[in-house]
Structures are given as C-alpha cells and as structure tokens.
Design a protein around this ligand. Structure first.
Ligand code: UGA
Length: 442
C-alpha cells in the first residue's frame, strides 16, 4: 500500500488495523518491521497520501476501494485442523464492511486464500438483495520479504481477477488503472476471480516444490560425494528449467509456503483428489526431512552427543534481509538441538527480538547475542541458519580461536568458503556436498 501511495499521488491510501499499538508504530520513526527500502518509501509519503489509523469503521465508510489483507493462518482447531485456512478474520471483515458502508465499494482480496474464498466475501456483503452492491476482486500479492520494494516497483506481473459481469469488469478496470501508473501494460494480467486466487497458490507451490526437489537431491549428494551446487548449476542452465530457487539448504520457512501447500492439500482432499493431495504433501514432507536430517548430521558429526555443548546459531530469520521468524527452519532446529540438551547462543542482525519471543519458553538453555564474534565465544559448533551476507565477511580465524576444539561449522545455507574454513582448522559440514573434516577414522 505504501508503494501504491508512492506511485499514485492522486490516490489517498489509509491503512487500518485493530492493533492500535501497531498503528502507532507505523506512525513513528521506528517501523514495526524491517524491510530494506521501506522506511524511505513510508517517510516520503506518510502524512501526504499515506495514512495509518486504528479507526477501522470510519475508514471503511469513507473508502471507495478496500484491499483486505487480514491474516489467514492455518486453522488449528476443528474440521481441517492443521491444514485448512482459518477464515474467521476474513469473514469478520466482510461483516464489518457491510455494516459500515452506505455506498457501493470495490473489495479486493489481497490475502492469500483458498480458491473461491472471494465467494464468501461476496455472499456476505451482498446478502441484502435490496441493499448495496459490492464487487469482490482478487489481486494476489507476489512480493517476497527482503525484496518487497523492488518486487513491487518492478513486478514480474500483476494479476487482477473479477467476475465477468458488467460491474465486475468495470471494477477490474479501476484496479488495473491503479497499477498502470507504473507497471507496463503487458505485465498486467486479468482473469476470472478463481483463476486469480489459484494462480497465487500455485506460484508458491511451484517455488516451494523447487526447493524440496533440490533438497531431496542434496541428501543423495551427501551419500554419493556429488556436489549439489554443481548439480543445481548444470541443471539450472537449461533455460527451460532456470536457475532460481535451486539453492539447497535447511528447508524453506516463512509464513506462506507451508500454509499454502497445506491449504491446497486440504482442498484437494475435499474434492476427492487424493493423488494430487499426496503429491503436494511430499513437498512438505521433504522440507521436514531436510530440517531433521540437518540435526541428525550435526549429532553424528559431533560424536553422537550434544548434551551440554554450546552451539551458536548464525541467523534465526527465515531468510536474509528480514526480521521475520515465522516458520523459520532455525526455530525447528533450535528446538531439536535443545531436545539433545545442547545449549544455544542465537545471533541475528535483525531477528533477535522475534527470536526472543519464539524461544521464551526455553529459559537459560538459550542465550541471545548481537555480535557474532561474542556469540561464537566458547562454542563447540556454529550452525548457519540464515543466508545473511554479513556472515560471509566475518573473520573466521578470529572466531576459530575463540571456539572449543575440535571446532565445527554446519553451513545450512552453503554460503561460506568451506575450503578456507577447513584450512583454518574447522570441521566443515555443508548441505549436499562432501564434508571437509580433520577427524579421520583410524
Ligand atoms: C514467498 C514467495 O517467494 C513470494 O512470491 C510470495 O509472494 C510470498 O511467499 C507470499 O506468498 O507472501 P517469501 O516467503 O517472503 O516469499 O520468501 P522466499 O524468498 O520465497 O523464501 C522462502 C523460503 O525459501 C526461505 O526460507 C528461503 O530461505 C527458502 N529458499 C529460497 C531456499 O531454501 N532456497 C532457495 O533457492 C530459495
């Protein structure tokens, strides 16, 4: 929305949230999330045509177009628990829009939702046959965290789905007109609502599937001595395949991929498409396996016991350039290491506040330290959890001196110079590549 405000000064954009504390943060000098470039965008338009407010009803009443971006987490109770999307906030918003409106509005579904969810909104807001008419559209968001401003400024595509009725098409044109302010015409796709909703889910499914595919091959590489990065490079140079999203690691995290796959799996099961559901379940299964495999590799390499050992986690965010830790592979790995009675020191340039919340229940088994050198002090091992660029540039000689010997590095993101680390004395365990170790069996 901040980018829309920046690119379209003729529109007034107001963001509302029921969390007044959050809104206050958005109105302050310290924005509540870290996203490269976002501070600059917000400060350049805030108070001009971008506003943050906790007055939801008043702003619904005044708006012509409402983008609904409420969260739709995985449902954790009742039917579909652990798989289906929890749509309670979505439905509540529909009812709120209906109550607060006295003129027709365009409602745009921005949250990622199960296919045909727009129908729920449509049925509620248009429930009075003599009442107002609302057009409900789908305009999914494809930005990735860490690159959001770039992704929004130069999107691969913008997708707007509507009913193919006269008023649906007119509403669609209004949304297209917003994006035409900066997105080339040929990158704006239009479709029906359901295809638009499904395209969003399928995009995430394809991306996550590529990660699980290469991660499954990484396990094979570790058994055979092949190098997964070399394999990915050779495979990705085929232009039909492409080289993106082929980095093996500790598995995908983030608030979207797993949720979206489970969501589709649940819908497939609902429609009796068991084989399709099983196929996609495999993507999640490999992702879980990859995390568990990483922990098992650590355990085996460190003489089958981690009890009482200090392990430093380099990174806790689910990916670089964000402070977000939702579904972070680091969280799972941290818990599993603590099951083995390891003691953890967590460091991360941006995610420590969230890491502290996530790991609050683990008492003094875990410490938090901003400085990576301090964090590694007295540790038996470092495990790289997040692909932060700054971890490449550290003085590992200095780190090695401060660690307990034999010192181990488990590079869960394959970002470090493994040969150089080995030459310094580290025992190095990348993902999907041969380990470089000084601990030879006699
Ligand atoms: C993802 C999609 O990339 C966006 O297009 C989509 O809009 C977004 O979900 C969403 O639905 O909101 P995001 O979760 O922010 O974006 O981040 P990604 O860059 O996709 O990374 C997801 C996870 O995959 C991270 O844990 C990352 O480290 C991991 N990953 C990514 C790999 O392990 N290997 C790779 O080659 C690429």
């Amino acid at each position: 929305m901040a980018v829309i405000a920046l690119k379209c000064p003729q529109y007034k954009v107001t963001l509302v949230d029921s969390n007044a504390g959050r809104i206050a943060e958005w109105n302050s000098d310290r924005l509540p999330i870290y996203e490269p470039g976002l501070d600059e965008v917000v400060t350049s338009v805030r108070g001009k045509n971008l506003f943050f407010s906790a007055e939801i009803e008043k702003n619904i009443h005044e708006a012509d177009i409402i983008f609904v971006s409420v969260n739709t987490p995985t449902k954790m109770f009742g039917v579909g628990a652990g798989m289906a999307a929890d749509l309670q906030y979505w439905e509540k918003t529909a009812r709120q829009i209906l109550t607060c409106s006295d003129q027709p509005k365009i409602i745009v579904e921005k949250s990622t939702l199960p296919v045909k969810t727009a129908l729920t909104m449509e049925r509620i807001v248009n429930s009075d046959p003599d009442g107002l008419h609302f057009d409900v559209l789908s305009n999914p968001e494809f930005l990735a965290e860490g690159t959001a401003i770039q992704d929004l400024s130069e999107p691969d595509r913008v997708l707007v789905g509507s009913r193919l009725t006269e008023s649906g098409l007119a509403a669609r044109q209004e949304i297209v007109d917003i994006y035409r302010n900066w997105v080339p015409e040929e990158k704006i796709l239009v479709s029906d609502v359901w295809s638009s909703e499904l395209s969003k889910l399928v995009s995430n499914l394809f991306l996550s599937q590529r990660i699980s595919t290469i991660n499954s091959i990484s396990a094979f590489c570790e058994k055979t001595g092949a190098d997964v990065a070399r394999v990915a490079k050779a495979v990705g140079m085929d232009h039909r395949i492409g080289d993106k999203f082929l980095k093996a690691g500790i598995g995908f995290g983030g608030s979207c991929f797993k949720k979206d796959i489970l969501n589709l799996v649940y819908m497939c099961q609902t429609y009796g498409l068991e084989e399709v559901a099983d196929y996609w379940k495999g993507v999640v299964r490999i992702n879980e396996y990859q995390k568990e495999r990483f922990v098992t590799n650590m355990l085996q390499a460190m003489f089958n016991t981690l009890a009482g050992k200090r392990i430093c986690l380099f990174g806790f965010a689910f990916k670089a350039d964000t402070g977000d830790t939702r579904e972070s592979a680091a969280f799972y790995i941290a818990r599993r290491l603590m099951d083995e009675q390891a003691r953890l020191v967590v460091t991360d340039p941006k995610a420590l506040p969230n890491a502290k919340i996530d790991l609050a229940g683990f008492g003094d088994a875990v410490e938090f330290e901003r400085c990576p050198y301090e964090a590694a002090e007295g540790c038996h091992a470092i495990a790289v959890m997040t692909e932060w660029l700054q971890y490449r540039a550290l003085d590992y000689q200095k780190i090695y001196k401060r660690m307990v010997k034999p010192a181990f590095i488990f590079d869960g993101r394959n970002i470090l110079d493994h040969k150089a680390l080995f030459d310094m004395g580290f025992n190095v365990y990348p993902v999907g590549k041969p380990a470089l170790t000084h601990l030879h069996e006699s």
